[in-house]
Design a protein around this ligand. Structure first.
Ligand code: GLU
Length: 614
């Protein structure tokens, strides 16, 4: 394992370590290739976050050669579809040299798109009639990967055109089998030009990073290849990308890769990065000698083999499980509703998830939920702490939602806004159906409040339209005698707010205590211009703004009306200054009630903490 704090330092050392590796030879079967500087050596790595690391000659231009085959194969798939392309070439490793005449007996289909025969066919399949049109399509396609227009090394192109008799023979043989149609010289010419396109190690690493990043260039955010085609291209790179050393390569290095006789290698660790090495000294199979050494060292040092199970997902992603009887939403409700929820809240199960939902972790969720939902009507699934849902995990979860719906259970999913693909999949699956899972709640608290409302409604209790008409219904007024109630009523001023209106703002001086007569308000912290965090909410029958009982306080949160709201505002100073002797008693009683209510809330918070940490 590596012992270095900086990856850049590691790359520099790698370059130094393998620069002394002599041996191997620059390709010379294309005469012009033999003129390159044999000791050029560069490494580049681009992460899926778009971070670029470079060492040595990472900006030296060289011809892409066979590396183009992987990318042009992707373009052929995109332009003609997987089936049409499959009819013209197989995806089976040939175990033979890149320039072998390895065609399927009978059909004449090339064994795979990474040998020359398959590559010439792939070039013939990209959109375009004339050789120039195809080349233009290829340059456009590569530009999406590199973010810059690539040029052609004319001397190398001419040199191969004039001496590439074997490729010419292959093209004509393919024409004989009708695998190539029309004049075979046209795709052949486009192929020669495509091989002479100049790239740098940095370009190649970025191209690899786009494949690692599901087809999207991580620096420009341009899509280079449709997502479903990415695994197709990576598959042939993994099985056939390194000439007739492909089996050994995947065994030792473990990353889909492609090399070219120009001295380049691009390797891809899906989901992580693209890595490229340039060093034109080739081994007898045609792979860059130092390129292999660098990739092998890095794969070993960091344990980067793609088939290495770097993390298991068998640990539980279930953070907490409780019912709506054990933990309430942050909405403080009137006493009767609270009592009812304590008695009937077991009908709703809440599951808070955390981490990554992949197949196995989603399976745990699915079996836990299925077992626990028997006597319940509602499931609240909290995804707000889920960092990722992959496709198999998402499919399993969607199937679970469908099963629950089939049994007549209601489902609310909180935090699905962070998981776009999953949300879309659920929407599509439940399109046009009655009672689809509710996906709109961005925060868990509101999702729970929604389910509590349904539980109360099903018992015929008033929910949104609940009124605390009489002062004695307010918990703060417990134990007040009629004369105290009358005195209090005298001191209260009615106020009304529309839904969405702000009642008080963080930082305002706290000068009124509010009795909530009708509607709901939320206390929230403004995090930035778009986001706030709901600290708590109050339903009719509650009092808020109690800090005004004590001098010199400022509001510590915004209070916003969630619905149309009717309030009764008390000026505590007016109460304190009131000449009537009974006012003192009233004030004491209100403060004592306030202390008691706060103790009750504390007790409730403690029992909720117990549930959440069990
Ligand atoms: N243009 C070269 C050829 O067809 C590419 C060979 C390679 O890079 O493997 O011979």
């Amino acid at each position: 394992m590596v012992k270095t704090t900086s990856f850049q330092h590691y790359l520099d050392q790698l370059l130094e370590r393998f620069a002394s590796l002599q041996g191997g030879a620059v390709a010379n079967y294309i005469p012009e290739l033999s003129t390159v500087e044999p000791d050029g050596f560069g490494i580049a790595l681009v992460t899926v976050d778009g971070h670029v690391y470079q060492a040595g000659d990472s900006r030296t231009a060289f011809t892409i050669q066979s590396i183009s085959k992987a990318f042009v194969y992707g373009m052929a798939l995109e332009d003609r579809g997987v089936e049409t392309v499959a009819a013209r070439m197989d995806v089976e490793p040939s175990g033979e040299a890149f320039n072998s005449i390895s065609l399927e007996p009978g059909t004449g289909r090339p064994r795979n798109p990474m040998i020359n025969a398959g590559a010439i066919v792939a070039t013939s399949l990209v959109k375009g009639e004339a050789a120039e049109d195809r080349l233009e399509r290829i340059l456009d396609g590569l530009e999406r990967y590199t973010g810059r227009r690539l040029g052609i090394n004319e001397a190398v192109y001419r040199s191969e055109r004039d001496t590439g008799h074997r490729n010419r023979a292959i093209a004509h043989l393919l024409r004989n089998y009708d695998i190539l149609q029309g004049d075979p010289e046209s795709p052949l010419d486009a192929y020669f030009r495509q091989c002479a396109i100049e790239v740098t190690a940095r370009d190649l690493a970025l191209m690899g990073a786009a494949l690692a990043n599901d087809g999207v260039n991580p620096i420009t955010a341009v899509r280079a290849l449709p997502s479903p085609l990415v695994p197709r291209v990576l598959s042939v790179m993994a099985t056939c990308g390194m000439y007739d050393w492909s089996g050994n390569w995947i065994f030792e290095v473990g990353m889909p890769a492609k090399s070219g006789v120009g001295g380049g290698i691009v390797a891809v660790l899906p989901g992580q990065f693209g890595l490229a090495v340039y060093s034109p000294r080739l081994d007898p199979k045609g792979n860059s000698l130092r390129g292999i050494a660098v990739c092998r060292a890095m794969s070993r040092d960091f344990g980067m083999h793609m088939l290495r199970v770097s993390r298991t997902t068998t640990h539980s992603v279930i953070r907490a499980t409780y019912t709506a009887a054990e933990v309430h939403s942050n909405l403080l409700r009137d006493e009767r509703s609270t009592r009812h929820l304590r008695a009937e809240g077991h009908r709703a199960l809440v599951i808070e998830l955390t981490g990554e939902l992949m197949f196995v972790s989603a399976e745990i969720v699915s079996s836990t939920v299925a077992a626990a939902m028997k006597d319940r009507d509602w499931l609240v699934l909290d995804l707000t702490r889920v960092t990722a849902i992959d496709q198999p995990g998402g499919s399993l979860l969607t199937a679970l939602l469908e099963e629950l719906q089939g049994h007549g259970k209601g489902v609310v999913v909180a935090g699905s806004d962070r998981h776009f693909a999953f949300r879309q999949a659920v929407r599509t699956r439940f399109h046009g159906q009655e009672r689809p899972p509710r996906l709109d709640d961005t925060d868990m608290d509101r999702a729970l409040e929604f389910v509590e409302d349904r539980i109360l409604e099903s018992a015929g209790l008033p929910v949104q339209d609940f009124h605390a008409e009489r002062l004695e219904d307010q918990p703060l007024c417990r134990g007040l005698d009629p004369s105290e109630l009358a005195l209090l009523a005298e001191l209260l001023t009615p106020r009304k707010f529309q839904a969405g209106e702000r009642v008080c703002r963080e930082g305002d001086s706290a000068d009124r205590v509010y009795f909530l007569k009708k509607g709901r308000v939320s206390a929230s912290l403004r995090l930035d211009s778009k986001h706030d965090h709901r600290l708590g909410a109050y339903a009719a029958g509650w009092v808020f703004g109690e800090s005004a009982f004590f001098e010199g306080h400022r509001r510590t949160a915004d209070i916003v009306a969630d619905t149309a709201v009717e309030l009764l505002a008390l000026d505590p100073e007016a109460l304190a200054r009131h000449p009537d002797a009974a006012a003192r008693g009233l004030r004491c009683r209100l403060l004592a009630n306030l202390a008691e209510l706060n103790f009750e809330r504390l007790g409730r918070a403690n029992s909720e903490i117990r549930v959440l940490t069990r």
